[in-house]
Each structure stands twice: as structure tokens, then as C-alpha cells.
Design a binder for this molecule. Structure first.
Ligand SMILES: Cc1ncc(COP(=O)(O)O)c(C=O)c1O
Length: 204
């Protein structure tokens, strides 16, 4: 997944999304409805994931534009199911899990319930499961290892109940380079896509 948020880090979202797809990216990552519209208006048909929470009012438009939607709690599911049903579509969703940042994401204890709620709907497809490794560029690797353990354990919890979302992803640029075990089935480079060094000066 090529992450093209923030106007592709200032490089121009439309041109960068096109270049990424031409170069082989099979997924595009954005954070807002505005970015999603720009990428679709540029003629890009590749799958696009809205990496951030979106409000209920944006769901209808996001599905119209064939975006995959990030969910973190059950509240938004009804809105997504309604909009997908109205448009006679299957909406793809990815669950974002909080593996230690305590900022955004589904609480690990609630993951199974949320996944089962998604599977019990008629118009939602659980395509992915992801988390954000917020300190992968740090010299101290303990926190990242801990996050990766939580993430892997949760994948097992789902597998043990027969739930296998195909796209498992957590690696940003620093993790792609330093934590091969974090690659799972998809990676999400931003900085390195643009030739930028994800590490602080003097490190790596
Ligand atoms: C959820 C998510 N994944 C991946 C990235 C890409 O991170 P980086 O630019 O460090 O590669 C970002 C960027 O902030 C992000 O928010």
C-alpha cells in the first residue's frame, strides 16, 4: 500500500498515486474523504483504504467511491451496512487495533466481538486487520516487539475461531526496514516511497 496522505507528503497526491500504481502498488492509503476523492478523480481504480476514522455522514460517499473503510468500534457498522445495502454493494472494512498507543483503535478485548459483528452483516466484508507501530524508528525496540506480539496474538485469536482477514498490515517505512517480521500480508510505506529517511539522524 502506497500511503499518499498529506498531499503525498507534499509531492502531489494525484501524480504520486498514479506513479505508485504504475510502479506496482496494489493498494493506496489516504486519511480523508477529500484525499479519496482526489485519487479517484485522477482516474485511479486501485483499492483505496481510508486509514483514519470517518464520521457517519461520510460513509455513503466513501462507499460510492469504492473505498475500504477503517472501523474501530461497532457504532459505525450500522451506518456502513445501511449505506452499502442502499447501494447494493459489499463494503470492505479493515479493523484498526490499538496495540499499545492508547490513542486510536479497537481495544484488543473487543476485537473478537467487533469481527463477529462485521461477519454477521450482509453487506460488509472483513478484508483487513491492522495496527500502527508508532515507534518503529526508535533505537529501543522493546515497545515495537510488544506491539507486534499483541498483533500476532490477536490474529491467532481470530484464526482460532475461523476468521481470516486476508490483509494483515502494520509496517510503516521504519518497520519495513527494521522489522521483517512485521511485514505480514501488506506493508504501508510513506516516507521511503518518497526517498525520505524514516530514521532520526545518526541512526541507520
Ligand atoms: C496508518 C499509517 N500507516 C502508514 C504510514 C506511513 O508511515 P511512514 O511515512 O513512516 O512510512 C502512516 C503515516 O503517517 C500512517 O498514518
Amino acid at each position: 500500500m502506497a500511503v499518499v496522505k498529506a498531499d503525498a507528503y507534499g509531492h502531489g497526491i494525484e501524480a504520486m498515486a498514479k506513479t505508485a500504481v504504475e510502479a506496482g502498488a496494489t493498494y493506496i492509503g489516504v486519511v480523508s474523504l477529500g484525499e479519496l476523492k482526489k485519487v479517484r478523480n485522477a482516474g485511479i481504480q486501485a483499492p483505496i483504504l481510508l486509514l483514519n476514522y470517518i464520521d457517519k455522514a461520510s460513509v455513503m460517499e466513501a462507499i460510492k467511491l469504492d473505498a475500504s473503510i477503517t472501523v474501530m468500534d461497532e457504532e459505525i457498522l450500522i451506518a456502513i451496512e445501511k449505506a452499502a445495502s442502499f447501494q447494493a454493494k459489499k463494503a470492505k472494512v479493515h479493523i484498526k487495533i490499538d496495540t499499545g498507543m492508547h490513542r486510536a483503535g479497537c481495544d484488543p478485548d473487543k476485537l473478537l466481538g467487533l469481527a463477529q459483528a462485521i461477519l454477521s452483516t450482509r453487506h460488509l466484508e472483513l478484508e483487513g486487520l491492522f495496527t500502527h507501530l508508532a515507534e518503529a524508528e526508535d533505537l529501543d525496540v522493546a515497545f515495537t516487539h510488544q506491539q507486534l506480539k499483541v498483533f500476532s496474538d490477536l490474529i491467532d485469536v481470530l484464526r482460532n475461531t475461523g476468521i481470516n482477514p486476508p490483509l494483515l498490515h502494520c509496517a510503516n517505512s521504519a518497520a519495513i526496514i527494521n522489522f521483517p517480521e512485521a511485514h505480514f500480508t501488506m506493508v504501508r510505506p510513506g516516507l521511503i516511497t518518497y526517498g525520505l529517511n524514516p530514521f532520526p539522524e545518526g541512526h541507520q
